[in-house]
Design a binder for this molecule. Structure first.
Ligand SMILES: [Zn+2]
Length: 331
């Protein structure tokens, strides 16, 4: 995965980082039993209260998971996107392509301001780069040795962005790695009455590139602490695995705006290079309209077969099969 830093908000309250650091736990999960190996261990950065809630909900954290048997994928150079992840066998829709304990999981609560929380105010906002960079520096010292090396290795093969490289990579290398390799994930359950977001840096899946017609989706399983990639279409051996970094049910020009912050400029995926760009935009707009039509479920029975087929055809033509798999994935 390639990229550069997203712009974030500025908050200058003094002592803010110290207050946040005070609230955070930096803990390896599982906590280093003799049978646990580094590649099974996740560094969690977040509030203790979140871990406590997870334990109450799921029992011991993390629950056991079944690693995938044999070699599923391989990391290789691509022609224009740095490294990528390629299938080593054929996958059917719904097949698990990657299932791994990530290197790092950050609960989004670190983005909240304790002083606002103390006053009972909504605290969802972004901190500035220096603050996040400082928190990540602390996180870095808590990695198991092998995972610290693996985390640092993630920065080796980027196509360098000159500004981010000079300003950020040298001063806040951990922040640079998070920006280039972190996935935002939303868990499948509610805590504190709201959905909880995580920033997750996987080991292998960090190298999966973007496509506007992706052949896979991802999710973070908070019970097993695994990062999972699931095929949404048939993927043949030797094909590249792809995920989406931005909303896809929008016209090409809007996708390109969002992708610029990942240093993808412009996107040259099969959907963006199509000879029928106007048709593609039109189909995606139709899909978006359907998605935002909350009354559609009630009207489904009233839609004609022709209308339903038209919707299905648009989804298939645009390679947006993840839409069909998504509800299954979020169960
Ligand atoms: Zn594209």
């Amino acid at each position: 995965m390639e990229g550069k830093l997203r712009s974030v908000g500025i908050h200058q309250a003094s002592g803010w980082v110290e207050a946040v650091l005070d609230k955070l736990v930096f803990t390896n999960i599982p906590p280093g039993m003799p049978s646990d190996t580094a590649d099974n261990t996740v560094l969690y950065v977040g509030e203790q209260i979140v871990l406590d809630k997870l334990r109450r909900k799921h029992g011991e954290i993390p629950q056991k998971y079944t690693p995938l048997s044999g070699d599923q994928v391989v990391i290789q150079p691509t022609s224009s996107m740095g490294l990528g992840v390629f299938a080593k066998r054929n996958f059917e829709p719904g097949d698990l392509v990657v299932c791994e304990r990530p290197l790092l999981v950050i609960a989004a609560d670190i983005y909240s301001d304790p002083s606002l929380a103390a006053r009972g105010l909504n605290t969802n906002y972004l901190i500035n780069l220096r603050q996040l960079g400082t928190i990540l520096k602390s996180a870095n010292s808590h990695f198991l040795r092998a995972n610290r090396d693996a985390f640092a290795d993630l920065s080796k093969d980027y196509a360098l962005d000159p500004v981010a490289d000079i300003l950020i990579k040298d001063h806040f290398p951990e922040l640079y790695i998070l920006s280039c390799n972190g996935f935002k994930t939303r868990n499948d359950s509610q805590m504190f009455g709201v959905y909880k977001d995580y920033r997750v840096v996987p080991r292998v899946a960090s190298r999966i590139n973007h496509s506007c017609s992706p052949n896979a989706i991802y999710y973070f399983d908070e019970a097993t602490f695994t990062f999972n990639v699931v095929a949404t279409r048939k993927i043949e051996a030797s094909s590249e695995i792809s995920l989406m970094y931005c909303a896809l049910e929008v016209p090409r020009v809007h996708r390109h705006d969002s992708l610029r912050c990942y240093n993808i400029d412009p996107c040259r995926c099969v959907a963006c290079e199509t000879s029928d760009k106007e048709g593609s935009d039109r189909r995606r707009k139709m899909i978006k309209d359907i998605q935002s039509d909350t009354a559609l479920v009630e009207r489904l029975a009233d839609l004609s077969l022709a209308e339903l087929l038209r919707i299905q055809q648009a989804v298939e033509e645009e390679g947006l099969h993840y839409l069909a798999v998504y509800p299954w994935c979020c169960n």
